[in-house]
Write a protein that binds this ligand. Structure first.
Ligand code: AMP
Ligand code: GLY
Length: 434
């Protein structure tokens, strides 16, 4: 079958790389793609914010299956548009994708079905929000309702910081209409993990747990980014906790959306805080995480096209997933200045030397100039090391990283460090949690 992947990050390179290994993939396209996806797929210069353009391309090239990488096309209803033409889409409908595109929609749904999450209030008025914050005290979390490119959440350490966030969103409209309404939420404490699952609207196939590193600097300091690195599996997520998450969060979420007439099919990404009172939802995403996808997809032994097609066809009842049990660590190499402004067009050297060290190198913000890779984004490359135990996987990833150079290259040297600390050597039998 002919397949189209939408997006241009490390996640999409990992998807294309894996899909290419399937005998079901005849022609593989990636729109718009990057300097890495062009090795596995044909890059197509489509504007992926234009539903009609995507639809036209799919009909012209006889596309059977579309896999939506980022959230924005889902929030614009690309699934509904393509399915209207008989094209299969691995991604939720407009209505169900509101689990990510409207935080208020997700919080209210969780409230109706007692899915554990932080307590919250909704505001569209600065004064009322400030009154509430004064009585609730700090720390407190302020969230824009809509999509804000990963910047719409402020974990405020003080009442004045919280009030500033409220004004920025409701009054100054720093996130535009996405900040017309806000959530003021209880600040949860604990360890943060991501659990992604394939779901057909009824059945769920959870993937191995992973942990992202969102802050730009070592020791989890500095501003939030799209993700500076990730690892999987997560040592402290044992079989019991995993089952608990499945029973109290994943299954009830999928069941409640189906019961409300908007079955959710695609990848359901639950960002969770493991608190003293058990796992609670921080947020949902309607897609694979990035960089999480870069550590999860290489570990899947089952044919990925069969998994994603069965998801799109809303029938996972006969599917299981088989894993390569090793640990994986992804270190993201970024351009100096990210998540603020950065230079573009710098030559990247040493990728093949890194690959020769045994790592996978997924491209994110790169493009080809005269056939050679140059930087074109904030997150440039993801370097994935594999090993028996997280320490070995991290050591292997960093051995690969050392071979790569570009002007202004920056990365965190402490990716997965917490997992290594927790287990001493990063080992641990997690087969039960997969
Ligand atoms: P998001 O942009 O929705 O992924 O959220 C960014 C980050 O904010 C999350 O990864 C958490 O670290 C943090 N966060 C969100 N909600 C809460 C909460 N209720 N309590 C503590 N931290 C939170
Ligand atoms: N790494 C976080 C995300 O993909 O949203």
């Amino acid at each position: 079958m002919n397949i189209l992947v939408l997006g241009s990050g490390g996640r999409e390179h990992a998807l294309c790389w894996k899909i290419k290994q399937s005998p079901h993939a005849e022609k593989l396209y990636c729109a718009p793609g990057n300097g890495g996806t062009r090795e596995a797929a044909e890059n197509i210069g489509l504007d992926i914010s234009d539903n009609d353009a995507i639809k036209g391309f799919c009909k012209e090239r006889d596309i059977t299956l579309v896999i939506v990488g980022p959230e924005a096309p889902l929030a614009r209803g690309i699934t509904d548009v393509l399915e209207g033409e008989g094209i299969k889409v691995c991604g939720p409908s407009y209505a169900a994708a509101r689990m990510e595109s409207s935080k208020i929609f997700a919080k209210e749904l969780m409230g109706r079905y007692s899915i554990p999450s932080a307590s919250f209030r909704i505001f569209d008025d600065v004064k009322k929000a400030e009154d509430h914050i004064r009585s609730a005290g700090a720390p407190v979390v302020i969230k824009a309702d809509g999509l804000a490119g990963g910047k719409g959440v402020i974990v405020a350490g003080s009442v004045s910081e919280a009030n500033n966030a409220v004004k920025a969103m409701l009054e100054e409209k720093v996130f535009g209409a996405a900040g017309n309404k806000i959530i003021v939420e209880e600040c949860l404490k604990g360890e943060e993990i991501s659990i992604l699952a394939l779901t057909d609207g009824t059945n769920i196939i959870p993937l191995a747990p992973s942990q992202d590193h969102k802050r730009v600097f070592e020791g989890d300091k500095g501003p939030n980014t799209g993700g500076m690195g990730a690892y999987s599996p997560v040592p402290f997520v044992d079989e019991k906790l995993f089952e608990d998450i499945r029973k109290t969060i994943l299954q009830p979420t999928v069941d409640s959306l189906r019961e409300e007439g908007m079955p959710y099919k695609g990848i359901l990404y639950a960002g969770l805080m493991i608190t003293d009172a058990g796992p609670k939802v921080l947020e949902f995403n309607a897609r694979f995480g990035d960089p999480e996808a870069q550590v999860l997809l290489p570990g899947i032994k089952t044919d990925l096209v069969e998994l994603l097609m069965s998801t799109a066809e809303m029938d996972l009842s006969n599917m299981t997933i088989e894993w390569d049990d090793r640990d994986r660590v992804c270190v993201v190499l970024v351009s100096a200045g990210y998540p603020g402004g950065y230079e573009k067009g710098n030559m990247i050297e040493g990728i093949q030397d890194a690959v020769n060290e045994g790592v996978l190198v997924f491209h994110a913000g790169t493009e080809a100039r005269d056939g050679k890779p140059v930087t074109s984004g904030g997150r440039v490359l993801g370097v994935v090391g594999t090993g028996n135990g997280i320490k070995e996987a991290a050591d292997n990833a960093y051995r690969g990283v050392e071979k790569i150079r570009f002007k202004g290259m920056y990365y965190r040297r402490d990716i997965a460090y917490r997992a290594v600390d927790q287990t001493g050597f990063g080992g641990g039998d997690l087969a039960g949690a997969r």
